[in-house]
Design a protein around this ligand. Structure first.
Ligand code: DOR
Ligand code: ZN
Ligand code: ZN
Length: 420
């Protein structure tokens, strides 16, 4: 049994100190200090035979939370391994307190058919340190099979690129877009901005007139106040529209940002940032995805750099710090980092600290950290947040009940493929 002691646990929008015991990959018991029903966490029995693994945080201010499920990651392998591969990417996830990553299909050769999915699945199983899921790209060629639901059993969702970005996949035809809404898995859209957003929403509502039941529509990386108000309008009528925000659009604005340039959608002004934070708090924005999109520094320093920022190592510390500074509530923090992903993708992997659930968690301790001071796990080895100070950082991450990250040490344990 694994026992984690003297940690604060989230309980209905507040923190309560307690003990967590994990056995066979799942939470076996969760005890809160001062809980009269079970005698309190201090009464917890430790195996006298000494076979328990005990993590005691009595000398720290430590917080145990469900590890993040990041639904928006560009792992890059196969094809762009010089930027990132499954082992470097998933180690970055572990260090950042992320237990599950879902990989985008815009590889060098796009992931747009069953063979490509199978190849990626094999690589991920062999190399990933964290749980993983896969997306397939919609193309004019595969749209017919998409509508028939041919790939549903091996994917977490379908990705539609409505404007050009890394990988060069672009869909323009409304008929092709429509085909994605005839199967059941979530449909994720890189809209390219307000115009694309309006277009996909109109196709989505047209399909509702033709058939019962729609798959979730997931709008990637909302970045402007105009997109926020458009989405707010539509969400009133559709319970199945979800909006994502990235950490870089929340924490970096175009006027003060000085790091390696170029990301899609671009960074915006402080008014937009304000609208995004408000949208997190009022529920217009449902979820955070990093859009972890590594490119080498050499590429980023070229005259026309490729678009994309890495974000796996920094997302949880940044958002946790913001939550402690009251920029968002504990319950919204838990929702946007794991709760919403569990619901949207129908995966039960880490969003709850409850007896019987899979134990995918991370422990953060209070200790000032300058981002970048201890290097990076991502192969691209830089961060747009370099030099920013946060007061908390993950020191332990457990995958399916086993410690996979421990103060800078990594070990590959049993991982799961999600959504399949
Ligand atoms: O900046 C971006 N980079 N935005 C995207 O949508 C794609 C990503 C990438 O794959 O590099
Ligand atoms: Zn995108
Ligand atoms: Zn992306």
């Amino acid at each position: 049994m694994l026992i984690v002691k003297n940690v604060f646990l989230p309980l209905k929008d507040r923190w309560v100190e307690g003990v967590v015991a994990v056995e066979n990959g799942k939470y076996r018991s969760i005890l809160y200090n001062g809980d009269a029903n079970n005698g309190g966490a201090n009464s917890f029995e430790v195996d006298s035979g000494g076979s328990d693994q005990i993590l005691d945080f009595k000398d720290e201010e430590a917080y145990l939370i469900p590890a993040m499920i990041d639904p928006h990651v560009h792992v890059r392998e196969p094809g762009f391994e010089y930027k990132e591969d499954w082992s470097t990417c998933s180690r970055a996830a572990l260090k950042g307190g992320v237990a599950t990553i879902i990989d985008m299909p815009n590889n060098k050769v796009p992931t747009d058919n069953s063979d490509a999915l199978k190849i990626k699945q094999q690589i991920a199983k062999k190399k990933s340190y964290v749980n993983f899921g896969l997306y397939i790209a919609l193309t004019d060629e595969n749209s017919k099979y998409m509508a028939e639901g041919s790939y549903e059993k091996s994917i977490c969702g379908i990705k539609i690129y409505m404007s050009k970005t890394t990988g060069g996949l672009v869909i323009d035809s409304k008929e092709t877009i429509e085909s994605a809404f005839y199967q059941t898995k979530p449909v994720l859209v890189h809209t390219g901005g307000l115009e694309g957003l309006k277009k996909v929403l109109s196709v989505y509502s047209r399909v509702r007139e033709k058939k019962e039941g729609l798959p979730p529509l997931y709008i990637c990386h909302v970045s402007t106040k105009e997109e926020v108000s458009e989405i707010k309008k539509w969400k009133g009528n559709f319970g199945s529209i979800f909006a994502e925000v990235t950490p870089h659009h929340l924490f970096l604005d175009k006027d003060s940002y000085r790091g390696p340039k170029r990301v899609l959608p671009p960074l915006e002004g402080t008014d937009d940032l304000k609208a995004l934070w408000k949208a997190i708090n009022d529920g217009t924005i449902d979820i955070c995805g990093t859009d972890h999109a590594p490119h080498t520094l050499e590429e980023k320093h070229r005259e026309n750099p490729p678009a994309g920022f890495p974000g796996l190592e920094t997302v949880v510390p940044l958002l946790f710090d913001a939550m402690m500074k009251k920029r968002l509530t504990l319950s919204r923090f838990l929702e946007i980092t794991s709760g919403a992903a569990e619901k949207i993708f129908g995966i039960e992997i880490s969003a709850k600290i409850l007896e019987g659930k899979d134990a995918n968690f991370t422990v953060l301790i209070k200790k000032p950290w300058l981002i970048g001071e201890d290097g990076y796990e991502t192969k691209c080895a830089w961060s747009p947040f370099e030099g920013m100070k946060v007061d908390y950082r993950p020191v332990v991450t457990a995958i399916n009940g086993e410690i996979s990250y421990f103060y800078g040490e990594f070990s590959k344990k049993r991982i799961k493929q999600v959504c399949v």
